[in-house]
Each structure stands twice: as structure tokens, then as C-alpha cells.
Design a protein around this ligand. Structure first.
Ligand code: ATP
Ligand code: MG
Length: 570
């Protein structure tokens, strides 16, 4: 009896420990817990140690899925209670004072926001909040060739979905006349000049560190040409007089303004001369009062130009910060890469579940809490790294596991006939430990559907268990499986399999895979599988994220053509 009690407790804690450490329980940790739990009962550690050792070994031989199932069966409370809900926090901001921090998120309205934008926006927003500061949403809409009206609202909706709130919103394009005045100031100071060299010449001269003839235009010539550009001249740009000999290419007289005749989605044809990112980014950060602007590391070389320009204009220098650009293995985390996929119809749209767009992730069943935790756990590190999508999945799983209802789902069903099965009305909870999720009632008869895959590995005569129902002995296996009801008591180590009655619901599940394999488009990136689910799947709500046991999390949609699911992750 004593041994049984020790075994039971050792098993609980071994399973729990294994699940916390990727399937491998650690003897020492388990031993500590078991001794602790049995101390008051007067057990001697000398009796406990060999039993724990043995149980840990046994548990470590089981697969992760089985470990989980077992723990759920014998001590579901341990499955969730011990999972520490880690509070993610950001490191302190340098040079920051409470109440005085101003941050901004400056998307260009030329596409849908993706997980990389979420990283930037969440950090900007969280830092403003951390310091009781202000957070500005600024649309950097200075490229009429690319910017579209629909994206302003779409981007705002996505930010709202993430739970981000901004204290102020404006468009850079609303400040163009201010920008023109500053440009004029630069020209007047002799710090900018108008240039009509061809792009090829400019490129060549930059490479060879050679000044072109335009650089020696007089201030008067430049002012006159600038006036002309604003109204009608073509073929000109305005350049900063930097340093053509600089080792930093970004300082070799970068372009500040260029002519774009395409009508602007908001300003229409009011303007034909538009600032570049070098100009607008620096100027806007400064004049809007931003104290801590973040930029991705790829702009590092341009920082010198940022400050040089602000100094020349006599504008305040913000405290520029950098973080690494987020890349995810096998995913295009860039509008430049995503937009063509949508335009060419390679993916089904901006919310295709293979895309890292916020809409794609949402549709797939990635929660906003997981995105936030993922971003903050990645932190502000500057090291460029391509991370695996599984990190985001792990965060999402932590959110979903305790709250997602579980349903029976069978991928390749085979019919099971059990002549002597008792007719039952059986209530089975939707979740092994979260009772708030309720239960559903199965009415069973002698017909069941079970996964072919599971039964295929079992021989005639073997006993298995219809999960949460009763035990069956296999009598005959053919196109149909015949079985015999042999009672309800739990038999240790029997395979427990998913099932439905004949009132099942067909369901199509779409599984996203990597869009690219070795830089080639993966033709099989969207897998479609057909299966059946238990009848109560009808009671899910549109957009509910559930779990199909042994299969994974799935986000459900109710469509005209029936119920479909999007595979979130395992
Ligand atoms: P894309 O290549 O997707 O067009 P972008 O930088 O041109 O990227 P913007 O709309 O200009 O897109 O970006 C707005 C903000 O989001 C910028 O501050 C930018 O640094 C940040 N950002 C964009 N992509 C990422 C990413 N992959 N990781 C981190 N931050 C990003
Ligand atoms: Mg951009």
C-alpha cells in the first residue's frame, strides 16, 4: 500500500516535470517534490528514492502526447497550476523621465501590417505607457506611387486589434508646406542644392566620391530652380550638401526631395514634390516632440545624416534608438515581399493563413496576447536574427491551452461496429480541467467512427478505449472494424482513441506550411485535409479557436459550404 502511494505521487510529479521540460523529467526535481509531499506522512526518503528513480525512467520513455494525456487523467490540476505566467517586461529606456517620454509608430500606408510592424508598434506603445508618456501614430505617407487610402484604415484596425491606443494621430503629408519651408532654409544656408544629374550619374559619382557640377550652383540659382520644381520643372531633385568624400555612403549628398506626379490618396494633386525618408523621418521625429524614436538596424548608416540634417536646421535632436528587424524562417516579413504575392494571386489575400500579416495570423488563430508576449520576450536586442515561428506558437499555446474547448476530430475515419455496445448518454467535459468550458452529451449506439491510423497499428484481439467512453476488443478488421464491448473501467496503458457517432460533421481543415523552401515558392504550402468532427462542433462560434486532440489547435469558421478550420499549430 505504501509503495502504491509513493508510486502514485511520483508518477504525478514525474509527468508534470516531464511536460515542463520537453518530455524529460529530472529525477532530482521530482524527488524534491515527492519527498515534500510525503514528509508529513512520515515516509522515509530511503524508501522513496528507488521508486522515484524507476517512475522517472518509465515516464521518460513515454511520448510527450502520452505524458500529457496521462497527467490530464490522474492530476489535471498540475497541468496548468504550475505553469508560471511569466510577466514580460521591457528593459528601461535610456535617458527617459516619467511623464516626458514621447514615442511614435510611423507606418507607410502602402500595405497591410505584419508581425514585424507589431514588434515596432508594441515596443513604441509599451514604452510610452511604461513612462506615462505619449504615443503618436504617424502615417509616413510621402510616396504617392505606393500609398493607398484603404491602408490608412486597415492599419489602424490592425493596431486596434493588437490593443494599441494612440494619443495623437497625423499624416506626414499634412506637413508638406512646413517641409518646403525647411528645404528653402537649407538652400538659403547653402546646405542643399538642386541636381538634375541622371540616377546613373548620381550613383556613379557617389561610388567614386565625386561632386557633380550641380553642387556648385549658387544659392540664388538653387532657390530659383526650387521654385520651378515646386510648380512645373521636371528631372530635378533636392540634395543635402553632405560630404561626398565621407566613408559613410549615406552622407554623400543624399536626396531630400523628389518629384512624384501621381496624385496623393489624401492630398490629391496639391503637391508634386515629396520628401524622402531621410528628410521626413528626421524632421517629423523632431518637430512632433518625439523623444525616443526607434528605428530598425538597417538604418544605422543613415543616423549620421539624421543628426546632421537636424543640426543644420537647428531642430532638436531626439534620442534615437535601434532594434533588430524581425525575420521569421520561411515567411516574408516585409510589405515589399508580401504585396506582390497578394497582387499575383499566389496567396488567397492579405489574410491568407500562410502570411505573417496581422490579418493572416489572426485568421489562423494566433492571439494578440501571444503576439505581445512574443514581441516583448524578443526584446530590444539589436542582433539580427531569423527566429523560428515556433516561438510565437509556444506563446500562443500557453494562452490557448487552458481556455480552448476540445473536440473529437478524425482525419481518416473508418467505421467501427460494436454489436453489444450499450446505448449511452454520456456527458464529456470540453476540457479536462477547465470546468467553466462546460460539457456536451453524446448519445451513442453501436456505430462509431475512429481514426484509421490508430486502428491500423492494432491487431485483432487487442483492447483499446474509446476516449472517455468504454473499452473495446477488436474482433475483426476489414473495410469496417468489428469490436466487442468489454466494460468501462480504465485499464492502464490501453490506447485511447478519438471517435464520433454516426452523427458526425464533415470538416475541411487548411494547414499552412512554409511559403518558401530554399527560396523557391512551395507549391504545397497550403494543405487541405478532409475529416469528420463530433456533432457538437456545430455549437462553436465563428472564429472560435478550439483544439482537436492529437491534432492541434484550429480556428473555426462557419461558411455557406459548411464548417472549415484553419490549423493554428500543434
Ligand atoms: P516593409 O519592408 O514591410 O515595407 P517598412 O520598414 O518599409 O517595412 P514601414 O511601414 O515603413 O515599413 O514601417 C513602419 C515601422 O515598422 C518602421 O519603424 C519600421 O522600422 C518597422 N518595421 C517594419 N518592418 C519591421 C520588421 N520586420 N521588424 C521590426 N520592425 C519593422
Ligand atoms: Mg518603409
Amino acid at each position: 500500500m505504501q509503495i502504491e502511494e509513493i508510486r502514485e505521487i511520483a508518477l504525478k510529479y514525474s509527468l508534470q516535470n516531464a511536460i515542463q521540460f520537453n518530455g524529460k523529467a529530472q529525477e532530482k526535481a521530482v524527488l524534491g517534490k515527492v519527498i515534500g509531499a510525503l514528509k508529513e506522512k512520515g515516509y522515509n526518503p530511503r524508501d522513496i528514492i528507488p521508486i522515484v528513480k524507476k517512475v522517472v525512467e518509465e515516464v521518460n520513455r513515454l511520448s510527450f502526447d502520452i505524458q500529457r494525456e496521462k497527467l490530464e487523467e490522474i492530476a489535471p490540476e498540475l497541468l496548468y497550476r504550475e505553469k508560471k505566467t511569466k510577466e514580460y517586461t521591457l528593459p528601461p529606456l535610456p535617458n527617459a523621465e516619467k511623464g516626458k517620454v514621447v514615442t511614435r509608430f510611423p507606418p507607410e500606408p502602402n500595405g497591410y501590417l505584419h508581425i514585424g510592424h507589431a514588434k515596432a508598434a508594441i515596443m513604441d506603445y509599451e514604452y510610452a505607457k511604461l513612462y506615462d508618456g505619449k504615443f503618436i501614430l504617424r502615417f509616413d505617407d510621402t510616396n504617392p506611387d505606393k500609398d493607398k487610402l484603404e491602408f490608412y484604415d486597415a492599419q489602424k484596425e490592425d493596431l486596434q486589434w493588437l490593443g494599441i491606443e494612440w494619443d495623437e494621430e497625423y499624416n506626414t503629408s499634412d506637413h508638406l508646406s512646413k517641409h518646403y519651408k525647411l528645404a528653402e532654409q537649407l538652400i538659403q544656408q547653402g546646405d542643399a542644392y538642386v541636381c538634375n544629374c541622371t540616377p546613373e550619374e548620381i550613383k556613379k559619382n557617389r561610388k567614386n566620391r565625386i561632386a557633380c557640377k550641380c553642387r556648385s550652383n549658387s544659392i540664388e540659382e538653387n532657390l530659383e530652380l526650387w521654385e520651378g520644381i515646386l510648380s512645373h520643372l521636371t528631372g530635378y531633385i533636392l540634395r543635402l550638401k553632405g560630404d561626398m568624400k565621407s566613408d559613410n555612403t549615406a552622407m554623400r549628398d543624399p536626396t531630400l526631395f523628389r518629384i512624384i506626379e501621381t496624385p496623393h490618396p489624401i492630398q490629391g494633386d496639391k503637391y508634386r514634390v515629396w520628401p524622402t525618408y531621410d528628410f521626413a523621418g528626421a524632421v517629423e521625429d523632431s518637430i512632433s516632440g518625439v523623444t525616443h524614436p526607434f528605428r530598425t538596424k538597417e538604418y544605422e548608416l543613415r543616423d549620421e545624416c539624421y543628426f546632421y540634417l537636424l543640426d543644420k536646421l537647428g531642430l532638436r535632436r531626439p534620442y534615437l534608438l535601434e532594434f533588430s528587424r524581425l525575420s521569421i524562417e520561411g515567411m516574408p516579413v516585409s510589405k515589399r515581399k508580401i504585396n506582390p504575392l497578394i497582387e499575383k494571386g499566389v496567396v488567397t489575400g492579405f489574410d491568407d493563413i500562410r502570411l505573417p500579416t496581422l490579418r493572416g495570423l489572426k485568421r489562423r488563430g494566433i492571439t494578440k496576447q501571444a503576439i505581445r508576449n512574443f514581441v516583448i520576450s524578443q526584446g530590444v536586442s539589436k542582433t539580427e536574427a531569423t527566429v523560428s515561428f515556433s516561438l510565437l506558437e509556444a506563446e500562443n499555446r500557453k494562452i490557448l491551452d487552458p481556455i480552448a474547448r476540445r473536440f473529437f476530430f478524425i482525419k481518416d475515419p473508418i467505421k467501427l461496429i460494436v454489436e453489444n455496445a450499450p446505448e449511452k448518454k454520456k456527458a464529456i467535459p470540453y476540457h479536462p480541467s477547465n470546468r467553466e468550458l462546460g460539457e456536451r452529451i453524446f448519445e451513442t449506439d453501436k456505430i462509431f467512427y475512429i481514426p484509421f491510423e490508430d486502428i491500423d497499428s492494432l491487431r485483432e484481439g487487442v483492447i483499446f478505449r474509446l476516449k472517455d467512453l468504454f473499452n473495446i476488443r477488436i474482433l475483426e478488421k476489414n473495410k469496417v472494424v468489428y469490436g466487442e464491448y468489454i466494460g468501462e473501467e480504465l485499464i492502464p496503458d490501453t490506447l485511447r482513441i478519438q471517435w464520433t457517432t454516426s452523427r458526425y460533421i464533415p470538416i475541411t481543415v487548411f494547414i499552412p506550411h512554409s511559403l518558401y523552401i530554399n527560396d523557391e515558392f512551395n507549391e504545397n504550402s497550403l494543405e487541405e485535409i478532409h475529416g469528420i468532427a463530433e456533432e457538437s462542433i456545430k455549437n462553436t462560434s465563428h472564429g472560435e479557436i478550439i483544439q482537436f486532440e492529437r491534432f492541434g489547435f484550429v480556428r473555426i469558421e462557419h461558411t455557406d459550404k459548411g464548417i472549415i478550420g484553419f490549423f493554428t499549430h500543434r
